[in-house]
Write a protein that binds this ligand. Sequence first.
Ligand code: NDP
Ligand code: X2W
Length: 346
Amino acid sequence: MRKAAIIGATGYGGAELVRILHQHPHVSIHSVHASTLHGEPLVKSFPHMQELINHRLEAVNVEKISQEADIIFTATPSGVARDLVPGFLKNGTKVIDLSGDFRITNQEIYEQWYGIKAADQALLNQAVYGLTEWIDMDVTETNFISNPGCFPTAVLLGLAPLVKQQKIDGGSIIIDAKTGVSGSGKGLSQVTHFSGTNDNFKIYKVNQHQHTPEIEQGLKKWHPHVGPVTFSTHLAPMTRGIMATMYMTATEKTATEDLIELYQSVYENDPFIRIHSNGSFPTTKDVSGSNFCDIGVTYDERTNRIMVISVIDNLIKGASGQAVQNMNKMLGIDEKTGIDFMPVFP
Ligand SMILES: NC(=O)C1=CN([C@@H]2O[C@H](COP(=O)(O)OP(=O)(O)OC[C@H]3O[C@@H](n4cnc5c(N)ncnc54)[C@H](OP(=O)(O)O)[C@@H]3O)[C@@H](O)[C@H]2O)C=CC1
Ligand SMILES: CC(=O)N[C@@H](CCC(=O)OP(=O)(O)O)C(=O)O
């Protein structure tokens, strides 16, 4: 059994890591950490874990954690892992960071969009961007993965086949994304307050969303002439889920059936990507509580535009599920291990 430490275990991403690793056959939870509540049982924060999890919260002692754990997950707000990871990596421990700290390789761009100091360039260069289905190297030799953002996961998985095969005009991409409130974490805020969210629908971070450069960086890696993109994010009155509806102009006339075939063949060997066919389109409930990304694609002959609909559970494929999928790949075990569960419905 490998031993995992979870930093940020009292957060939403941390809670999902605990739930997944609790039943992982090859990795056990060694320790759980946060910046407060030290000494308290984790179940005090999460009663749903009662009688299943006995761990108490510990402070973050970098030296101790990196010596005791085989793998460390940092599920902390942006700006925290930037300072912790160098110490974690020193002893050869594997690290997967769920925050935005190591996703953007250009320091200036990170600082512009996140408004805080970027990580060291050497570390940014070392981090492997963990969009699992599109990692183009053997990660068993890697010690450090930067887990993608929730929106970029849905968007990049949905756009990859079209961008890689140059099926679209790279300057025409419009991404209209919707998310549930758990995307903003456990903290209370005006934006996610029940009264302003329930029975309401609102746009936020207009033209300023910090995931914009991550999406553009990912797309440009596949094709240099793609972008900039128009990216809007909306808060939907639901707890979990992301739907990204994406519109772009086709480079030449095509047909919905051909596009579905393209997606099916591109993702043929990826167990967590499911392509819709026969005129059906995915809903957020189809993937809720699971590591799936469900994708629908269609062509509108009238406008010569392609539409892609990509859905994920923001806390699983958009965070902790993908982090465990990446961990599995790093450990050289089946990527489905411990995350091969059916969505929760209804
Ligand atoms: N929620 C989501 O859907 C997604 C989140 N992410 C990213 O994952 C990370 C975690 O998100 P989420 O779980 O939602 O956030 P939460 O706000 O729910 O939780 C944050 C956790 O980090 C801990 N923490 C904060 N500061 C420190 C510190 N200095 N040292 C140790 N622990 C600290 C908090 O503990 P304490 O209260 O004691 O400080 C808490 O346990 C973020 O970077 C987020 O952007 C990525 C994809 C999706
Ligand atoms: C509803 C909500 O506020 N969602 C968050 C999700 C982003 C996130 O989790 O932050 P990272 O940049 O670390 O990925 C947002 O839109 O900013």
